[in-house]
Design a protein around this ligand. Structure first.
Ligand code: PMP
Length: 288
């Protein structure tokens, strides 16, 4: 595998960052996870836009223009002969001192890894996933805004450990007020009386690109979509539930905290959105 680091390609063993990089020392940096389908980079512009928004929020100046970073992303896929897979695009604060002042870091590092993707087992998509809510609450947006896709993912990692301890793959995180925020690496939706509902971003969620795509597909299909605050009660009493993310795509959820959702099978609106989402991945994206 050829990994892009600051304008050059390195093999897997040689692609390295310094132990003084604040990305490592403080989780100071931003990242994106992007899919490649059928030789095209899906929603590349949206991911690059979000990367720049995350960077802006933490006063990180990405040393490449949007156009240059898009070009480098596509070029890294080409260099690896990637037709289907997953890209991890990382911008670290760069090498600095042991103090945390980012102003001491001279130049951010840009890393692009274009490789394979590890998916959930097929049976999860067929039968639906069981998830739980966990004690770790989502970061307050007034503290570390979940809209920032930063390298500091410890909040999510803690929730993921709680899910794993309970023997499930994903966890719903609530915010400090007890409203549903999102999952550890996915956004969450419910269907109630034929309409789609998902927590508002102000509840503490990432501006998910799959979330946005699903909202657009739902609106095109004539479904009503709203973004109210949701409680666990709303999840338990939903007709359908699913989670969305670049890697996971759309995963039906059939059980939450031991409560069966709907009839315990992936719902028909979820299925329809899955079909439409897959159709979109077949025809759109930036050619490699
Ligand atoms: N929430 C979190 C915390 C995430 O890490 C992700 C995926 N990276 C998502 C939601 C889903 O976002 P997207 O659809 O843009 O991948």
């Amino acid at each position: 595998m050829k990994i892009f680091v600051d304008g050059r390609y390195y093999g897997e063993r040689d692609a390295k960052v310094s132990v003084f990089d604040h990305g490592l020392l403080y989780g100071d940096g931003v990242f994106e996870g992007i899919r490649v389908y059928h030789g095209r980079v899906f929603k590349l512009k949206e991911h690059i836009d979000r990367l720049f928004c995350s960077a802006k929020a933490i006063l990180l100046e990405i040393p490449l223009s949007r156009a240059a970073i898009m070009k480098a992303t596509v070029a890294t896929c080409r260099a690896n002969g990637l037709r289907d897979g997953y890209i991890r695009l990382v911008v670290t604060r760069g090498v600095g001192t042991l103090g945390l002042n980012p102003r001491k870091c001279k130049r951010p590092s840009v890393i692009i890894i274009a490789g394979k993707i590890r998916l959930y087992p097929k049976a999860i998509y067929r039968r639906g996933m069981e998830i739980i809510t966990v004690p770790t609450t989502r970061n307050l947006h007034s503290a570390l805004n979940p809209a920032i896709k930063s390298l500091n993912y410890l909040n999510n990692v803690l929730a993921k450990i709680e899910a794993d301890n309970a023997g499930v793959e994903e966890a719903v995180m609530l915010n400090a007020a007890g409203f549903v925020a999102e999952c550890t690496g996915d956004n969450v939706f419910i269907v109630k009386n034929g309409a789609l509902l998902t927590p508002p971003l102000s509840a503490g969620a990432l501006y998910g690109i799959t979330r946005q795509t699903v909202i657009e597909l739902a609106l095109e299909a004539g479904l009503k979509v709203s973004e109210p605050n949701l409680t666990r009660y709303d999840l338990f009493n939903a007709d359908e539930c699913f989670i969305t993310g670049t890697a996971a795509e759309i995963v039906p959820v059939v059980k939450i905290d031991g409560r069966v959702i709907g009839n315990g099978q992936p719902g028909s609106i979820t299925r329809r959105l899955e079909v439409e989402y897959h159709a979109l991945t077949k025809v759109s994206g930036e050619p490699i």
